[in-house]
Design a protein around this ligand. Structure first.
Ligand code: GLP
Length: 545
């Protein structure tokens, strides 16, 4: 059972992502040096473990170069095994002497480490707290982080002793720290450690994390609620915490899910928004539960392979107050985000699929150099996504349903119940329907020959007929372009975007579609074809996180 102490956004964690361990060490040492220069009698809280060793080397070098002086510096170490004698090479006293104190001009009397051989641990811990208090508190506390989120030796627990205390180590920590001992049985089962409140009393905190094995701990620190289950999460209430980590420890991989009528696509975006993995599954439309379970199953497989910080989902339909209702998918007022969040235990955000595609184009595709754009997805219907100031504009939930603006008030009936919607004239289905009708009425045309093969036409065949100068195809196309350009002109009049981006299979026709369309549009505005093509949906969904 976890105890949630405080559930809020991150208050003060500043993150510095370094390229590698050396950079972490230098960055941290510079911060320590800055403090020592402004306050020669600074009180430092120090940590052990392998992570701060590089920083200690840098500090020793700075001290030898006379850049910093430790003469009046006072130190308090976070923790010490119990029982352990100070001359045991695994003791933290031995560690500190070896890696720092013996290399700098510190007065050993100013270095305070809990006594691993003390008789009365309560008295030892009480005196330690009093000494910190007497020094006016800790100016800068250096921290590492255990793989299970432990800080010092504050292990995940329902009850956490907040001041310096004796604690039992978890199996996880004993195992992780056994690498420093001959064998696991030699690792002490207890330790003395500053408590979380002791740590949070420091004026400034820097937390160091390096390498892939710290990725989960860093991710959980950033994402988890503030809870005793994750001691590091409690740092989030402190106003001045800097996490210094390398790229391996800080991975911002996100899953993007693009739910379609026939298939659900999944992708993983890395921290530089590069698509590093993709896969798909058929859409299970039997029931809401089955559909959601199939998404959960695939996400879990991905989470097993990548450290994932959150999941974005693009879905057809309308999302109002977080509830999804879609026509061809069994979602009816479905709390898709809430359900996925509960089942996957990660933050989940949802948006309309066309909006996601627009977001992707605007951030990493054709629209990456503009702030506003309208994305038009031409397919069975017409989907749209509006980007204003680099953000999706959703209105009260269904903005961007551009396929349903009416261009003929008494026109063709639409599936939405209205008459004369734009998609009845300018979608790819509308184009092919008209082309098939024209082919049937003109049996001698080239278009008719193509139609006859399967008693239907596809986009490739239609553009093939145009290339072969089929006059019937040309007539149909002119009519189509009239409707498509009229709609686009209207959108330009309403939104005055910096760019129009076209998407959908028909855009594979490239300039054969684009050039005649541009000729018909009077506004001087770039009209581009989607750069991300079929990946736009998963990329945009992942970008929601
Ligand atoms: C030990 C220490 C912690 C330290 C952790 C991580 O458990 N008590 O203070 O943060 O190890 O160590 P490392 O940096 O070696 O991964």
């Amino acid at each position: 059972m976890s105890v949630i102490i405080y559930n809020s956004e991150v208050v003060g964690v500043k993150i510095i992502v370094c390229n590698d361990y050396n950079e972490i060490s230098k960055t941290a040492a510079d911060i320590v040096a800055g403090i020592l220069k402004s306050k020669p009698k600074a009180v430092l809280g120090l940590a052990t473990g392998s992570t701060p060793v590089g920083m200690y080397n840098e500090l020793a070098e700075k001290n030898q170069n006379k850049e910093i002086d430790f003469k009046d510096v006072v130190t308090f170490n976070l923790d010490e095994y119990y029982p352990i004698s100070s001359d045991n090479p695994q003791s933290y006293r031995y560690f500190m002497n070896k890696h720092l104190f013996n290399k700098i001009n510190i007065n050993m009397e100013n270095t305070h480490i809990l006594n691993g051989m003390c008789k009365d641990t309560d008295i030892e811990c009480y005196n330690f707290e009093k000494m910190i208090e007497k020094q006016g508190g800790i100016d800068l506390q250096i921290l590492g982080i255990g793989q299970n989120g432990h800080i010092g030796f504050n292990e995940p627990d329902v009850t956490l002793n907040s001041r310096t205390h004796l604690t039992d180590l978890t199996e996880n920590t004993i195992e992780a720290n056994s690498r420093f001992f001959e064998n696991v049985s030699e690792v002490p089962r207890q330790a003395l450690t500053m408590g979380i409140a002791t740590i949070l009393s420091a004026k400034k905190i820097i937390l160091l994390a390096s390498g892939r094995n710290k990725c989960k701990a860093v991710k959980e620190l950033m994402n988890s609620k503030i809870s005793t289950d994750n001691p590091a999460s409690m740092l989030k209430v402190h106003p001045d915490v800097t996490l210094i980590c390398d790229k391996e420890a800080y991975s911002n991989n996100r899953i993007g899910v693009d739910i379609g009528g026939t298939e659900i696509k999944f992708g993983v975006l890395d921290d530089s928004d590069k698509l590093i993995y993709k896969t798909d599954i058929p859409t299970n439309t039997d029931s809401e539960d089955e559909l959601i379970n199939s998404i959960v199953k695939k996400c879990k497989e991905i989470i097993d392979c990548y450290y994932i910080s959150g999941i974005g989902v693009g879905t057809p339909g309308i999302i109002k107050n977080g509830l999804v209702t879609a026509a061809n998918i069994p979602f009816s007022n479905t709390d898709l985000g809430g359900k996925l969040e509960e089942l996957l235990n990660l933050p989940v955000k949802t948006s309309n699929d066309a909006n996601c595609a627009a977001l992707a184009e605007s951030k990493c595709g054709s629209g990456k150099n503009v702030n506003s754009m309208v994305m038009i997805s031409l397919g069975t219907g017409i989907g749209g996504g509006l980007i204003i100031d680099n953000k999706i504009y959703e209105g009260c939930g269904k903005a961007g349903e551009i396929g349903h603006f009416v261009i003929d008030y008494d026109g063709k009936k639409c599936s939405c119940g209205t008459k004369g919607c734009w998609e009845q004239y300018a979608s790819v289905s509308a184009l092919l329907k008209n082309a098939e009708f024209a082919a049937k009425n003109n049996p001698d045309s080239y278009l008719a020959q193509l139609y006859m093969k399967k008693n239907k036409l596809n986009g490739i065949q239609f553009f093939d007929a145009l290339k072969n100068n089929c006059s019937i195809a040309k007539e149909v196309f002119e009519d189509y372009l009239g409707y498509l350009s009229t709609g686009i002109e209207s959108l330009i009049n309403i939104f005055d975007p910096e760019m129009i981006v076209l998407a959908g299979g028909i855009t594979n026709a490239g300039d054969d579609l684009l050039m005649p369309l541009i000729d018909r549009i009077s506004a001087e505005i770039p009209i581009e074809i989607s750069a991300l093509k079929g990946d736009a949906g998963i990329v945009g969904a992942a970008l929601l996180i």
